[in-house]
Design a protein. Structure first.
Ligand SMILES: *Cc1c(COP(=O)(O)O)cnc(C)c1O
Length: 412
C-alpha cells in the first residue's frame, strides 16, 4: 500500500508549499525556544518532550553552549581540514577522554558517522583480520535505525525507509535484536563487525534483555569481530549514564556519536576508536569538508565539559525514575507497555493511535512524537524539572483519555 502524498502530509504541508513531503510534522510552528520550552508564532508555549530526537539533551540554547558558539563565531568558523585550526586538538581530546578511546574522526551527521564506522570495519577486516577481498560482512539488528543513506537504508527492515530506493549495498546480515545465540550463529570467517544500537531508539526505546550487551562483547572478543555501538541517540546522558553501554560496563571497539554532541546548535558527529583500528584510514581515504570545523569543535568541546560534570547523567537517573513511576501508573486498558530507561521512554498504546495522542498532547502544551503507529516516544531535555515531568505525565494521561477513553465502569 502506498500512501498518497495527501495522506502522508499534514495540514502544515499547505503552509509550506515548497517543502518536500518527507516529514509529517505536528502542526506547530516554533519561533523561539529556551531550556525545555518552545514558543510558537502565536506566543503559545509548549514543553519540548522530544528534544530534537535527543539532539537537545542540554535543552534549547544552553547558555554555556551558546556562549561557546558566539565566541567562536567571532574568531573563525571554517578552515576545511586542508589546514589545521586551534580548536581541533581540544575537541578530539575531549571526545577521546569521554569515550576512553585514543582517536576521534569527526563528521557532521549521524548517518555519516555510521558510514565511517562501516568503512573502518571493512578496511580493518581486509587489512588486519585477513578477510578475502570484497567478502566482508557486518551483522546488524532487526528494527535497527542508523540513518538514511542508501547503504544504511539497504539493511533496514522498515519498508517505509527502504522501499524503492535499491539496489542496495551487499555485505550485511540481519539478526534478531537481543538474541545472543543468533549472533553466535551469524558470525563466520567473513564477519568483520557487529553494528548495533545498545538500546534501539527509533524502534521505540527497545531495551535488550539484561546481560545482552555483555554477551555481544564476549562473543565479538572471542570471534575476532569488532563491536560498533551506535550511541547517536542513546549516548551522552540520555540513559542516566554517559553511554548506554555503561549500563552493562561494556566498552565497544568503536563508538559512533552524533545528535547531542552538537549541543542542539550545530550538527556534529564522530567515530571514536583505539589508534590501531582508526589507523586503517590514511590521508585521502575518508573525510568531510565540514567535519570537525572550528564552530562544531568549540560547541562539542563544551558539550563534553557539561557531561564531565556528571550533572546530566544524574538528572537522567533521578528524573528518569520519576518519569518511569508516573508512566507505569497509566491504566493497562490504554497502555500495553512502558519501556523507560533514564529520561527516555517508549509508551506502547493498546491501539495504533500514537499520532492522534501526539496531537492531543500538543493541544495540552506538550510536544512529543509518535514512532510507528502504537508508540509515543518521550525524550525530554535532561534539564527538565520534577514539576515539568508531572506536567508531562498529567498531559499524557489526559491526551490518552481523550483518544482512548477508558470504558466506563458500570455500577449498580
Ligand atoms: C538519528 C540517528 C542516526 C542518524 O543521524 P542523522 O544525524 O539523522 O544522520 C543514526 N543512528 C541512530 C541510532 C540515530 O538515532
Amino acid at each position: 500500500m502506498h500512501e498518497t502524498p495527501a495522506d502522508a502530509g499534514g495540514p502544515v504541508t499547505h503552509l509550506e508549499p515548497h517543502s518536500a513531503n518527507n516529514y509529517h510534522p505536528l502542526p506547530v510552528v516554533i519561533a523561539e525556544a529556551e531550556g525545555t520550552w518552545v514558543t510558537d508564532t502565536e506566543g503559545r508555549r509548549y514543553l519540548d518532550c522530544l528534544a530534537g530526537y535527543s539532539a537537545l539533551n542540554f535543552g534549547h540554547r544552553h547558555p554555556d553552549l551558546i556562549a561557546a558558539a558566539h565566541a567562536q563565531l567571532d574568531r573563525v568558523t571554517l578552515t576545511s581540514r586542508a589546514f589545521r585550526h586551534d580548536r581541533f586538538a581540544d575537541f578530539t581530546a575531549a571526545v577521546a577522554r569521554l569515550t576512553g578511546m585514543d582517536v576521534v574522526l569527526p563528521m557532521n551527521t549521524g548517518a555519516e558517522a555510521v558510514e565511517t564506522a562501516i568503512k573502518l570495519a571493512r578496511r580493518w577486516g581486509y587489512r588486519v583480520k585477513g578477510v578475502a577481498a570484497g567478502q566482508a560482512t557486518i551483522v546488524v539488528m532487526d528494527s535497527n535505525f542508523h540513518g538514511r543513506t542508501t547503504t544504511i537504508v539497504g539493511f533496514s527492515d522498515d519498508p517505509v525507509a527502504h522501499e524503492d530506493f535499491g539496489p542496495f549495498a551487499p555485505g550485511f546480515v540481519r539478526i534478531p535484536f537481543g538474541d545472543a545465540a543468533a549472533l553466535e550463529a551469524a558470525i563466520d570467517d567473513t564477519t568483520v563487525a557487529v553494528l548495533l544500537e545498545p538500546i534501539q531508539g527509533e524502534a521505540g526505546i527497545i531495551v535488550p534483555p539484561e546481560g545482552y550487551l555483555r554477551e555481544v562483547r564476549r562473543i565479538t572478543h572471542e570471534r575476532g569481530v569488532l563491536m560498533i555501538a551506535d550511541e547517536i541517540q542513546s549516548g551522552l546522558g540520555r540513559t542516566g549514564t554517559t553511554f548506554a553501554c555503561d549500563l552493562e560496563d561494556v566498552v565497544p571497539d568503536v563508538f559512533v556519536l552524533g545528535k547531542a554532541l552538537g549541543g542542539g546548535v550545530v550538527p556534529v558527529s564522530a567515530v571514536a576508536a583505539r589508534r590501531e583500528l582508526m589507523d586503517v584510514f590514511t590521508p585521502g581515504s575518508h573525510g568531510s569538508t565540514f567535519g570537525g570545523n572550528p564552530l562544531a569543535a568549540a560547541v562539542a568541546t563544551e558539550v563534553v565539559r557539561l557531561l564531565e560534570t556528571g550533572v546530566y547523567q544524574a538528572r537522567g537517573r533521578e528524573l528518569g525514575d520519576r518519569l518511569a513511576t508516573r508512566l507505569r501508573a497509566l491504566p493497562s486498558s490504554q497502555v500495553a507497555e512502558v519501556r523507560c530507561i533514564g529520561l527516555w521512554a517508549g509508551v506502547e498504546l493498546v491501539a495504533p493511535v500514537a499520532r492522534a495522542v501526539s496531537e492531543a498532547l500538543m493541544t495540552r502544551g506538550v510536544l512529543a512524537k509518535d514512532t510507528h503507529a502504537t508508540t509515543i516516544r518521550l525524550a525530554p531535555p535532561l534539564t527538565i524539572t520534577a514539576e515539568e515531568i508531572d506536567l508531562l505525565a498529567d498531559a499524557l494521561a489526559a491526551a490518552i483519555d481523550e483518544v482512548l477513553p477508558v470504558p466506563a465502569v458500570t455500577t449498580g
